[in-house]
Design a protein around this ligand. Structure first.
Ligand code: 26Q
Length: 795
């Protein structure tokens, strides 16, 4: 094609294909080496991989950026223009999906043989728009212009069965066995994605499954002459991988969701056993070759599936199958909210996976026998620990199934793992304490520092060399520079340039103006009551109210730009109301001349990985304000600290570890601790008493209720206000004053820019621990026990 006729997308595709071609030989070499060595691998099973854009990452991994930029320049093409046309694959909701993406990046960089298994959703996380300040969801048609990063392999499709019933028959030795007679099936087509290590010649695979109707099914119906029915069957099958469920807590037991889970897990196990392992491999030795890491409970149905394969398809006895299954699975829990723990009604399992339900019952029977043996006479305990819940309906507790079966169970931050042991899974931890471990989350420094923050990266590399990109602990070598005024002023220049870049992006993306002279105060994460975006709103409203009432002279207000980014699950009413309130407060405050632009709220719609990469490097203050004991870890908190933002936060999740590392003097702690929260709640928390006692809080809530942000309509935000006054499950009102006081300390600290910058540098220097490379080493040491396999780069 003539370059003159090529669209920007054409040029982007051409570049992407060139890069992927370069990676291709390394991909093949990686595969060849692994087949040759037959070494142990890790399979990361996850319903979500929130990858973000691929071009930049591939250019970095291959070290082709400079060469690409120069050659394109020669053709009169700007690399930067091509980067921006890529639509990010948003195949995840938030933290859990992004964590999976960071982990596979780190595994490749650490040279660990590993494979990611997931679902190729045709529609990823919805695109968020605002209409009159309210969230409206639009489908994310990310494949519209084609994706140059995927390699479909229809020839390697596998069949997945569903439904039907089981039959009791006798095996050759006359033992009674159960056999699954499935009712229907679909095919899973693998789409492979390259996962390049950072400049090490390794390219691992991410294998995402797409559903389609089986040939047999098709033919059968076509032959019967029912064309329309055959096409309908096609659509029915394709539905399975059609769309990512946008709920990331309080999951509903939707049949299609269970179909998705079993679909990708069945495809993945079959693929590993039949295509990755050599033909005829003795599965008794499976633990020597693989650990299947379960990313939350979403893939836990893999447990009865492997049992079924070994028993029903391979003719093993129960104990043999259980022994192997026990060794190859490990489970990561990502929550502390009881309502977020997945359960599947036995009625649904009976209908969709009857054989699996039988296997789960048998696992539970054996397990409860062990419980009774360990705790004779303690029937209550047995009932509590049962994998099967009896009310409100009979259902399988997937977290218990994973805990009972897995070789290890881990939480995602030190506090979270402790709370799992002490509360959520206490009985299990008492019975098998050695099973429980912690692996604190991490983020990839390639994407979230090196790529997202080229300014800071350059500064760091100049100071300590470029080894930090794969050895993030080396950031500690920056520590002495926190007292070097030359370094501090360059650090400040980088932050200023990042703010300018963020302002440009906001202008171009949403037509939003950002004043680069202000403190950038960012709260970006999914919208959840426990994360307490409401607390942030009350801070802003209170400042506004104090200025308007004359209690606070405007000159005394530190100029801030409050940046929100948050999607709400489409069915989460209260979350959507809070989004509307943020936008309403934003409109009122931003338009009020009395504010003189000192307090500005920006809430760009559709916060995603691409926007995060621009915002995080520009931030001064990172808001991590969940009620203590509810945020399992957080990972945005790590990204902000690594990019030199200071944190205002509660003692929750990984905040605890961040504060320990950066030091109290470089962190704004506030709020109740988890044990305090526990005490207040069990003593009978009364939010209205805080309203009564605290004038600033009362004025802020009254202002919201008065209709000041809703053109005088008093009822508009009534559900929010009423909820806070009457319930306030997440103790927003109880922590309000402490939060306001901490924000006052932020203002004071920010007034001394030298001291602030020093703190920011220390945040960078002391948070190398939060590299996902370290997380991977912890998993390798504590759970996986797999070894790196280097790839010869010369080829
Ligand atoms: C389950 C069943 C049905 C439908 C949806 C779901 C579902 C989907 C996504 C349930 C949960 C999620 C995502 C959870 C999540 O992102 N958790 C976050 O994980 C991060 C990585 O460990 C932590 O840092 C966060 O603290 C945690 O909230």
């Amino acid at each position: 094609m003539d370059l003159l006729q090529a669209s920007v997308n054409d040029k982007y595709l051409a570049l992407a294909r060139t890069v992927r071609h370069y990676l291709m030989t390394r991909w093949l070499e990686t595969e060849r080496r692994q087949t040759e060595l037959q070494s142990k691998a890790v399979a990361y099973l996850s319903a979500e991989f929130l990858l973000g854009r691929q071009l930049d990452n591939s250019l970095l991994a291959t070290d082709l950026e400079e060469i690409a930029a120069e050659s394109l320049q020669g053709l009169g093409i700007e690399l930067d223009e091509l980067r921006t046309v890529e639509v990010e694959p948003g195949l995840g909701n938030g933290g859990l999906g992004r964590l999976a993406a960071c982990f596979i990046d780190s595994l490749a960089t650490l040279d660990v043989p590993s494979i990611g298994y997931g679902i190729r959703y045709e529609y990823g996380i919805f695109k968020q728009t605002f209409v009159d300040g309210r969230q409206v969801e639009q489908p994310d048609n990310w494949l519209e212009l084609g994706s140059p990063w995927e390699f479909p392999h229809p020839e390697a499709a596998v069949t997945v069965n569903f439904g039907g019933h089981t039959e009791k028959t006798a095996d050759d030795d006359g033992r009674e066995v159960s056999r699954w007679v499935p009712g229907w099936s679909v095919e899973g087509v693998p789409y492979n994605y390259m996962v390049p290590g950072y400049q090490n010649g390794r390219v691992n695979t991410l294998r995402l499954w797409s559903a389609r109707a089986t040939k047999a099914f098709d033919l059968q119906i076509f032959n019967a002459g029912d064309y329309t029915e055959a096409v309908r069957a096609q659509t029915f099958a394709e539905n399975i991988s059609k769309v990512l469920y946008p709920e990331d807590s309080t999951p509903q037991g939707k049949e299609l969701r269970l179909q998705q889970q079993y679909f990708f897990v069945a495809c993945s196990l079959r693929n590993f056993i039949e295509d990755v392992l050599p033909a005829g491999y003795d599965l008794h030795k499976l633990p020597e070759r693989i650990t299947f890491q379960l990313n939350d409970t979403h893939p836990v149905i893999a447990i009865p599936e492997l049992m079924r394969i070994l028993i029903d398809e391979r003719g093993w006895n129960w104990d043999e199958a259980w022994d192997v299954t026990n060794q190859v699975f490990a489970y990561t829990c990502h929550t502390l909210l009881p309502e977020a723990l997945e359960v599947w009604p036995t009625s649904l399992l009976e209908k969709l996976l009857p054989r699996h339900l039988e296997i789960i019952y048998r696992i539970n029977k054996d397990f409860l026998a062990r419980v009774r043996e360990t705790y004779p006479g303690d029937e209550m305990r047995a009932r509590h620990m049962s994998i099967i819940a009896e009310s409100p309906e009979r259902a399988v507790r997937m977290a218990y199934l994973a805990t009972v079966t897995g070789s290890k169970v881990n939480g995602v931050a030190a506090l979270h793992s402790q709370l799992l042991r002490d509360k959520v899974l206490k009985d299990f931890s008492d019975m098998e304490p050695e099973k429980f471990t912690n692996v604190t989350n991490g983020v990839t420094p390639r994407r979230f520092v090196r790529l997202a923050n080229p300014g800071l990266s350059g500064l760091i590399t100049e100071a300590i060399g470029d080894g930090w990109v794969t050895d993030l602990d080396r950031l500690s070598e920056l520590e002495p520079l926190a007292d070097d005024s030359g370094f501090l002023s360059r650090f400040r220049e980088v932050k200023a340039a990042n703010k300018a870049r963020f302002a440009d992006v906001m202008e171009a993306r949403d037509g939003i103006r950002v004043d680069t002279g202000t403190m950038v105060d960012a709260m970006v994460k999914r919208l959840h009551e426990y994360k307490r975006q409401m607390l942030k709103v009350l801070h802003i409203v209170s400042l506004y109210e104090q200025v308007k009432s004359g209690a606070l002279p405007i000159e005394k207000v530190t100029p801030r730009t409050f940046v929100f980014g948050a999607k709400a699950a489409p069915g989460y009413r209260m979350a959507k109301e809070i989004i509307a309130l943020i936008n309403a407060v934003g409109r009122t405050v931003n338009d009020d001349p009395a504010m003189q632009g000192r307090l500005t709220i920006v809430f760009p719609p559709n916060y995603n990985v691409t926007l995060a990469e621009k915002l995080i490097p520009a931030a001064d203050l990172s808001e991590q304000i969940s009620v203590a004991g509810k945020e399992a870890s957080g990972t945005g908190n790590m990204k902000f600290a690594l990019n030199g933002a200071l944190t205002i936060g509660t003692d929750d999740g990984a905040n605890v570890e961040i504060r320990e590392l950066v030091g109290d003097e470089n962190f704004f702690l506030f709020g109740m601790s988890e044990p305090e929260v526990e005490r207040v709640v069990s003593a009978g928390y009364e939010p209205a008493s805080f309203y009564d006692k605290n004038a600033a809080l009362r004025r802020a809530l009254d202002l919201i209720a008065s209709g000041a942000f809703s053109d005088g309509r008093r009822g508009e935000f009534e559900p929010i206000v009423a909820n806070l006054l009457e319930q306030d499950r997440f103790l927003v009102l109880a922590d309000f004053q402490s939060y306001m006081d901490a924000q006052a300390r932020v203002d004071t600290a920010y007034a001394d820019q030298d001291a602030w910058t020093r703190s920011a540098v220390l945040n960078v220097a002391r948070t190398g621990f939060f590299s996902s490379d370290r997380s991977m080493r912890d998993y390798l040491d504590r759970i996986w026990h797999a070894e790196p396999v280097s790839i010869d780069v010369s080829s």
